[in-house]
Unconditional design. Structure first.
Lengths: 652, 204
């Protein structure tokens, strides 16, 4: 036992005394533990009650888990190349990773949010933001594939994103690292006043889900950390926490922690939308990529946009206000009824809760305490609904249940605290292992949370699982929140670094999922509909191989007439029309990834042979009893060879 | 005689349900197909449980060298059976109507039933012969060749009725709604004959 463990032990004893009921007591109760096991036990062949979409953080992807079992079902490639399926490597998916900076193989995925209708999650799409090179992606929940990525210009550190309004009118993206707009070569010391924080309102097409930036609100150069939409009575507003209202440009850990209060920015987007609809704002040059993927052509395309509409908040009086909030608030969470806005001041001793009705009243009465860059600062006491006194240290995020309670994670004291809306009384606290970031309650960011389970995603794992060397996956803990007290019922590891997660009842999603793609709807220009259509076509140095897969062979599987220096495009169509029968494609010495082709799908992989010889390719997915026989050969001849192209299957 | 004729008309009209509902169902069960795989045998052709079931059954069967499942044009039965069943239904209804009008005797009900039974048995023989051929006339280059313990080739013939384990699959055959209504209809025509007989006796 080292001293550090002792320290944690002592801390938990302190909490045990502090809250009366410790984890230890729970552990000694055999009957209780058994019921916990039963609660999370999903029998073999049974399905989970919820889908959880957990961000992969710096792995750039979105992970699909089941609750309460904590089983992982899928890693959906979003912002990162994924050699498993060929995402970002295949010709069809390379455009998805295109940006104004060129192709970027990686991303930092943070906050998934499920589309909503009438303030309730509807299971159509998941949106997720990329923090590093600002982008928002849309994942289709019929196919669980990334179908759209839009870059967010004039932004950096795309962190206060990608939260949706209650009818998915908008998915919203904010700026954590303010930057010069437009970018220019100036001294970093000119930060104050020169740098801007863009808040981007991305319109979502209700039919297709297609995204298009309607306007960017050019705010003062603070750090816009997190955000949430108003709902119900506060629908039409959006709330953003800010820190670094000091506008420091160096040593932020000190210099951005000086002000007693930073702000929550309250944005009346409906008002700005109206202003824009009437021709307000100004189209300004901006280069940003808009990438879309089509499930009929199985192909992505990247379009570079040239301009974006900017709105100066000064030009829309009454659209933006600042709510003073102690101290460097992180999470910005809105209660299910839309009445309360919780500012999780991460350096504050207390939790601050603003009241939306009081905010409207303060605006009406012009209870202002000055202004910042022309934006009125509302009087702190006039908007304050209440304070949760001394809840813990380092509050980060709050979610809500369906019984009037809120749950806040505390990073420093490593716990989750349950408190009551309205009375601001703390009713329970439980340790987490260790140092939680976000927490998730299914539907917790909607009008109708489902107060059965809550899970926290921790930043520190330490000793929770068998040791695997210095680098660890992050731990998550699942709590039963159906009773008065939270009960820790399960502990599971995640992938990458989960930030937020969004969860939804499985019955809202599962019935709509696809089992395969229809071959007769495949509009890929290089698709084949049957083996009779397979062929090899030379176009100068480019050779297009129209090749098909079906259990358990490729057609063709013998190809001759390829030459050193050729660029060979393998357009692989999977002719299967059965559930869960993908085929793989891998070519020896190929300088990119394999392909994993779903039934009815066509994917393309490029191979540039640099050596003569006879080189095999094979199916990488154990597709059938004769999977090992699913292989082929390509003969590569010298560049000046006059061997004609030929191809065959089953000929001696 | 009126009630007997009515029963005759209803009984033979039930044959027409075969134009809507399947005659027979063959279901295949295997661990990899939790939702089941199978086909409805209609008078005029085969229909998979789902759109791609026939294609997938063919895909699986190619390993053991079985022929692909017949398309409507591949078998004369799929064009002749509808004519025979339709004709018999119309014939039965006409006989029933004539009986109703006292133009012919109830004995015709029995003649119709005998003819229908003969045709039905022939149909069953034909179906069974096709299944025997389908299950045992295999491609000599089949990927997987299975033999019985005595060295004779294994037959993949699905059962006519009931279930049979065929390698990793369990094949289950049973009548569809059309087949059940056909049986009820034929039984009703026999009832019609008996009612006719009884009515006659009561009168005499």
């Amino acid at each position: 036992m080292n001293l550090k463990n002792l320290g944690i032990g002592l801390l938990s004893i302190v909490f045990a005394i502090g809250c009366g009921k410790s984890e230890k007591n729970g552990k000694s109760n055999g009957a209780l533990n058994k019921s916990h096991a039963e609660q999370v036990y999903v029998a073999p062949g049974e399905h989970d009650e919820y889908y959880a979409f957990i961000s992969g953080g710096y792995n750039g992807n979105l992970l699909v888990y089941g609750l309460p079992s904590g089983r992982m079902f899928k890693e959906i490639p979003v912002f990162s190349q994924f050699p498993t399926s060929g995402y970002g490597y295949s010709e069809e998916t390379q455009p998805m990773l295109n940006t104004s900076h060129g192709s970027i193989p990686w991303g930092d995925a943070h906050h998934p949010d499920i589309s909503q209708t009438d303030g309730v999650t509807d299971g159509r799409w998941v949106f997720i933001n990329e923090n590093n090179t600002p982008r928002i992606a849309r994942i289709d929940l019929e196919t669980f594939e990334t179908v759209e990525i839009i870059e967010v210009p004039n932004s950096a550190g795309n962190h206060s994103s990608s939260f949706v309004t209650e009818n998915t009118e908008y998915v919203v993206a904010g700026t954590r690292f303010s930057v010069p707009v437009p970018q220019e070569d100036i001294s970093i010391k000119e930060y104050k006043g020169k740098f801007k924080g863009a808040l981007s309102f991305i319109k979502v097409d209700q039919e297709t889900g297609g995204m298009d930036i309607n306007f960017q609100l050019m705010m003062p150069g603070f750090n816009y950390d997190l955000s949430h939409p108003g709902r119900g009575q506060s629908h039409g507003w959006f709330f953003f926490t800010t820190y670094n209202t000091e506008e420091a440009n160096s040593l932020l850990e000190v210099n951005a922690s000086q002000n007693d209060k930073d702000f929550i920015a309250a944005v009346n987007w409906e008002k700005i939308e109206e202003y824009v609809a009437n021709g307000g704002g100004e189209m300004k040059p901006a280069k940003y990529a808009h990438n879309t993927y089509d499930h009929n052509t199985h192909t992505g395309k990247s379009e570079m946009k040239e301009e974006v509409r900017m709105v100066n908040p000064m030009d829309v009086p009454g659209a933006v206000y600042f709510l003073p909030t102690p101290k460097s608030p992180h999470g910005c969470d809105v209660s299910p009824d839309g009445q309360y806005i919780v500012g999780n001041g991460k350096l504050s001793a207390n939790l601050t809760i603003h009241s939306f009705p009081k905010m409207l009243e303060a605006i009406e009465n012009e209870d202002f305490d000055g202004e910042a860059y022309g934006i009125p600062i509302l009087n702190f006491d006039k908007t304050l609904a209440g304070v949760v006194e001394n809840p813990g240290l380092g509050p980060l995020h709050t979610e809500f249940d369906d019984k009037g309670f809120a749950y806040t994670t505390f990073f420093i004291t490593s716990e989750v605290v349950k408190w009551e809306l309205g009375t601001w009384e703390i009713v329970d606290r439980k340790p987490t292992y260790y140092s939680p970031g976000h927490l998730t309650i299914p539907g917790g960011n909607s009008r109708e949370p489902d107060g059965k389970y809550m899970f926290v995603m921790n930043k520190i794992t330490k000793d929770r699982y068998l040791p695997v060397g210095p680098e660890l996956e992050h731990s998550a803990q699942l709590y039963d929140i159906s009773g008065d007290k939270m009960e820790l019922i399960y502990d599971f590891s995640t992938h990458g670094e989960p930030h937020y997660a969004a969860a939804i009842k499985a019955e809202k999603v599962a019935p709509n999922t696809r089992k395969s793609y229809r071959l007769d709807e495949n509009e890929h220009p290089y698709a084949v509909k049957n083996e009779g259509e397979t062929k090899v076509v030379r176009d100068g140095k480019n050779v297009h191989v129209y090749i098909s897969t079906i259990r358990s062979h490729f057609a063709p599987d013998n190809i001759e007439g390829i030459k050193v220096g050729d660029k060979v495009y393998f357009h692989v169509t999977n002719l299967e029309q059965d559930f869960d029968v993908p085929h793989g494609f891998a070519m020896i010495g190929q300088n990119n990834s394999e392909l994993l082709i779903m039934p009815g799908q066509t994917k393309t992989s490029v191979w540039e042979p640099d050596q003569i010889g006879v080189w095999p390719f094979y199916c990488t997915d154990f597709c059938s009893a004769l999977h090992q026989e699913m292989q082929g050969y390509v003969r590569v001849s010298p560049a000046d060879s006059d061997i004609d192209l030929s191809w065959s299957l089953g000929e001696d | 005689m009126k009630s007997a004729s009515t029963i005759m008309i209803i009984g033979s009209a039930l044959l027409l349900s075969l134009f809507i509902y399947p005659l027979w169902i063959v279901e295949l069960e295997a661990p990899q197909y939790p939702d089941g795989l199978g086909m409805f045998i209609h008078l005029n052709g085969l229909v998979g449980f789902t759109e791609f079931d026939l294609q997938n059954i063919d895909g699986l069967n190619h390993y053991i060298g079985m022929q692909t499942l017949p398309k409507p044009d591949d078998m004369w039965e799929f064009s002749v059976f509808p004519i025979v069943v339709g004709g018999m239904a119309i014939l039965g209804i006409v006989i029933g109507l004539l009986g109703f009008l006292n133009k012919i005797s109830y004995n015709w009900f029995l003649y119709w039933l005998i003819l229908m039974t003969v045709l039905g048995v022939m149909g069953m023989f034909d179906f069974n012969a096709w299944m025997t051929d389908y299950g045992s006339n295999l491609d000599p280059k089949a990927i997987i060749k299975v033999t019985e313990s005595d060295g004779t080739p294994f037959s993949y013939k699905p059962p006519l009725l009931g279930s049979r384990d065929i390698l990793n699959f369990t094949a289950i055959s049973y009548p569809g709604i059309g087949g059940i209504l056909l049986t009820i209809g034929m039984f009703l025509t026999f009832v019609a004959y008996l009612v006719g007989l009884k009515t006659k006796k009561n009168k005499s």
